[in-house]
Design a protein around this ligand. Sequence first.
Ligand SMILES: [Zn+2]
Length: 141
Amino acid sequence: MAGPVAPPMNTSPITARDRELMAMPTMADQLPVAFEDGTCWQGICGSCNGCGCPIPEADTHGALWRPLPHVVELDCVGICRACRLLTRFRLRLHPGRRLSWLTAHGWMHAQAPLPLRARLRGLAKAILRFFHQRHRPKDLP
Ligand SMILES: [Zn+2]
C-alpha cells in the first residue's frame, strides 16, 4: 500500500455523518489524485483508534472533494476488521507531498517522504550526472 500513514482521530459514538460516510465508496475507489506539480497521492492509510493497526483504504469509506485546485479534502471512516471499531479521518492533501489532518488541537501538517522507487530514481540520476561530469572530455575543441 502506498502513501503516508495518517494518525488516528478521535472516536465518539457513531453519528449520522459516520453512517453517511460508511455508505460512500472506498478511498481505494477514489484515489489516486494528482496535482499540477506532479504530486500524486496513490493511497492513504489510517490507523485504528482501538488497536493501532493500519486500516486499508479498501476499508476506508467516505467523501473526497477538491475545494481548491491545490487542496483535496477527505472526510472518511475506516473500519477495523479486527476490533470492529470505526475511526474517523479528516485529511487534506496538497501539492509538494504535503498532508494535513484534523486533530482535537486543530490541523496538523507533515510532508510525506518520497517513495523508495522515486528516491532510487533520484539516486540513479545523481550517479549518471556524476558520471557525465567525470567523463566529459575537457580537451575537445
Ligand atoms: Zn482495531
